[in-house]
Design a protein around this ligand. Sequence first.
Ligand SMILES: [Ca+2]
Length: 207
Amino acid sequence: MYRNKTISLFLGKLYIYSKPKFIIMKKTVFQFLLSFLLTGLLFSSCKKDVDDPNEEELITTVKLRFTEVGGAGTVSTFTFKDLDGEGGAPPSIFQDIILAPSKVYTLGISLSNESVSPAEDITAEIAAEALDHQFYFVPTGVNVTVSNLNTDSRGLPLGLTSTWTTGGASTGNMKITLKHKPGIKAAGDPVTKGDTDIDLTWVTKVQ
Ligand SMILES: [Ca+2]
């Protein structure tokens, strides 16, 4: 009995001694898990920043700036604006493209996200990721030919700038599509390849 008492006393002492150890261990595990969690958060937020350029951006605003080649340098600008993106509220601005007959124009496209303040310039991002992007221009019923798309560093079409040649008076549409093709852009890609960043059908008049 005496012996057992000693053992139980001893075990009691051991328990008392080991209890703070256990608490310390629990605290260490907690700190470890906390640091692990924080590191995870830190990494995931870094990862998000790194991945951002390849995420589909919200493009709320598209501006088409036409300068007549050999003209007086007059710029005609036509704007599309839809602040909440696809769906929801209809575009607040969607101007018809109006060009003169038998002219040659240089088109420069600028894109931005005006749903944030300050507005985000998407044009610069597209230019920086030219290897992953491509514009397509498809006219229907209007006498306009689009050519001379500017190219990326591999010589493949990008289309932030292009040449528009008008014929006789006519009214129709110009479908302008921006495709995002990270790592898969190749020569002769159809418009169906990749993700669609914007797809806008502009009423277009030559008059
Ligand atoms: Ca909308």
